[in-house]
Ligand binder design. Structure first.
Ligand code: SAH
Length: 643
């Protein structure tokens, strides 16, 4: 085993318990990232991903294949060129085998140390490690040199069977390892010898003594050292031993350094997480933020200077009128209106709309811009004046902009940024990652066979019309009807998001479990009004006014391809039509599952249709299917129901 290999063995040994636990979770690429971090922190040589995999294979082979337990069990024999394509895991690291391998390797190197390595010159003799002359060294020579310099009981016995190992270069990707068998044999003999030695040993009864006993078996006796002695691993690094390092059985690193490393590793985010976040940042369009004007005088001054569009609830400023007022008096500028104009340039204003029936005493309409009876409602409504300096192409300002153009702008961002190379669970071919056009099926979900939709959705969103005590403009489902839907057929593995109301939070959890899911979290939508304030007045809710809604997040199957730690649990977004949910959820979902994954929305309406998604519900405008297999299944089902 060469220096790099030993470094990996030491790393696995030091961190074995952390590496197989979350967040690393045994993922081989993550272990590699951690290794790279630890090597950097120690200022050592680089080990490439391919070399790393080869070393893992070698380590496992040298330890008779029992040291690294993997899922799948052939993981180490796989040849992954690209580490982002590797999802295999190491579930268990056998510390004992690694410790023995390390000790054996140390002894191997040690046995070849030339006599002058102990004469205080600091010449470790590492350059002499390879080479045929040392390979043919007689066993007695190596025993002598070892037992003089490092009288370790286990070590010296092992060396009886050891021939010097030739160091090999991993850089060209090939391993030259002519003495592997010697090491395997050595480890086996070491095991046997231990057993023989310990036959007469009384195994302690107490817990702590037992632990000590096991540790002793693993670590062996500590080497006796003198000031001038050279620690084997140090020799490999061509350095003299610093005596305090001797306390550390396995590695060069002192305990305080290891603590430092541990802190560094724990504080360093897994690279895949930071890469996913970077990708999300590059691909997510950010809408501009505008401040709202808090000056009440401004709204009252503006009420006579704007025209209000009932259909959009937006106002338009009459610039001629305000300019005229500003310059009314030739000698002096009207400062109040000048300031107002400046404020209108950068801030958003909400202007009360005075209609003949408006009764100011009643206060704000709790529905504001979503009020169905705006032209007869006696409560106060507002028009929204966007900042004059807002970008003309901005989606918010230009409310007339078509849905299609909005989507195009959204997808232009994605198309222009080519960042496929460091993504996980995606194909590098951008053609395969293109989203399909929006698809939808108008159907009664109580009647359609769910197998028509397919069973390979990465994500499913359902917003069922739960039976609640409210008059709704659409049909609703009883709990048992909803439970009878075959939601269990839609995904082999993936995420299921279920919108629930106050009463149905518990029912929803129960249903998800029955459909085979594990509820892991919930997203809360904090509702804001047109005035960008949280909703506090009564619309729904018996005891407390409802100002939030919940989306249960459940998972099924093996979901390691899901991108974690990007978005938060909270969405703050304004209310729109009855039951309409915020579009922000699509961004969250798309970042979670990445592009090119089949996505299904159940109980969706026309405004929910989007590229990459299949939307199903009974209020959709007809049916549009572009996937051939889906079309075939749908037509077969139609034929069977008609016939
Ligand atoms: N999430 C949607 C709102 C869904 S409201 C949004 O953001 O706008 C629930 C929808 O489910 C309504 O359109 C309702 O007509 C539909 N629905 C109710 N029962 C249904 C059934 N049996 N089959 C199909 N759709 C149904």
């Amino acid at each position: 085993m060469d220096r790099k290999g030993l470094e990996i063995v030491k790393f696995l040994l030091d961190w074995h318990y952390l590496l197989t636990e979350p967040p690393v979770n045994g993922s081989i690429p993550e272990i590699y990232f951690c290794f790279v971090c630890s090597v950097y922190s120690k200022g050592k040589d680089k080990v490439s991903w391919l070399q790393f995999m080869k070393y893992l294979r070698l380590i496992d082979k040298l330890c008779n294949g029992n040291t690294l337990v993997c899922i799948p069990n052939y993981a180490l024999s796989q040849h992954y060129e690209d580490l982002f394509r590797c999802f295999d895991r190491i579930t268990y690291i056998n510390r004992l085998s690694l410790a023995l391998l390390l000790r054996t390797s140390q002894n191997l190197h040690y046995s070849q140390s030339p006599p002058n390595s102990r004469d205080g010159t600091g010449n470790s003799g590492v350059d002499n490690v390879s080479g045929e002359s040392s390979r043919h060294m007689s066993p007695s020579t190596s025993i002598n040199s070892t037992s003089n310099s490092r009288p370790s009981s286990a070590g010296s016995a092992v060396l009886n069977f050891v021939s010097p190992i030739k160091s090999f270069e991993g850089t060209d990707g090939t391993f030259e390892q002519p003495h592997e068998l010697d090491i395997v044999e050595t480890i086996n003999l070491h095991y046997q010898r231990k057993k023989l030695e310990d036959v007469n040993y009384q195994i302690p009864v107490g817990k702590s003594e037992r632990l000590k006993y096991v540790m002793n078996l693993i670590e062996g006796d500590k080497p006796m050292v003198s000031e001038n002695d050279i620690y084997p691993i140090k020799m490999i690094n061509n350095k003299r031993l610093v005596p305090k390092d001797i306390n550390d059985t396995y590695t060069l690193t002192t305990k305080s350094n290891r603590l430092e490393q541990l802190e560094y590793l724990l504080n360093t985010e897994c690279s895949s997480h930071s890469l996913q976040r970077e990708r999300a940042r590059l691909r997510t369009s950010v809408l501009p933020f505008y401040d709202c004007c808090e000056d009440n005088e401004h709204s009252s001054l503006l009420s006579t200077l704007v025209t209000f569009d009932k259909n959009t609830s937006f106002c338009k400023l009459n610039e001629d009128k305000i300019n005229k007022i500003i310059h009314e008096n030739k000698d002096r500028v009207n400062q109040r209106f000048l300031q107002l104009h400046k404020c209108c340039e950068v801030k958003m204003h909400f202007i009360p709309i005075v209609q003949p029936q408006t009764d100011f005493k009643l206060g704000d309409c709790s529905y504001l811009d979503t009020c169905h009876k705006i032209s007869s409602c006696r409560y106060v409504h507002y028009g929204q004046l966007m900042p004059l300096k807002a970008d003309a192409g901005d989606v918010i300002v230009n409310s007339n902009i078509s849905e299609e153009r909005k989507l195009k702008e959204l997808y232009d961002i994605k198309e222009n940024i080519r960042i496929w190379d460091f993504t996980r669970g995606e194909s590098v071919c951008s053609y395969l990652n293109c989203e399909l056009p929006a698809q939808w099926i108008n159907c009664d979900l109580m009647k359609i066979d769910f197998e028509v939709f397919g069973n390979d959705f990465g994500v499913v969103i359902a917003d069922p019309s739960w039976t609640i005590h409210m008059n709704l403009s659409y049909s609703s489902l009883k709990d048992d009807e909803l439970l009878s839907l075959r939601m269990d057929k839609l995904q082999r593995d993936g995420i299921f998001l279920l919108w629930v109301t106050g009463r149905t939070i518990e029912t929803g959890r129960d249903f998800l479990t029955k459909w085979g899911y594990n509820v892991i979290n919930q997203i809360t939508w904090i509702k804001t009004s047109q005035l960008i304030r949280t909703i506090s007045t009564g619309r729904t809710g018996h005891w407390l006014n409802h100002s939030k809604e919940h989306l249960l997040v459940a998972v099924k199957g093996d979901i390691k391809w899901i991108n974690r730690s990007i978005d938060s649990q909270i969405m703050i977004s304004s209310t729109r039509e009855t039951s309409r949910k915020p579009d922000e959820i699509y961004g969250i979902v798309e970042r979670l599952v990445g592009p090119g994954v089949r996505k299904l929305e159940i109980f969706g309406r026309q405004h929910n249709t989007r590229p990459g998604w299949l939307t199903v519900g009974n209020q959709l405008e007809g049916t549009r299917i572009v996937e051939r297999e889906l079309l075939q299944r749908y037509e077969a089902w139609r034929r069977s129901t008609l016939g």
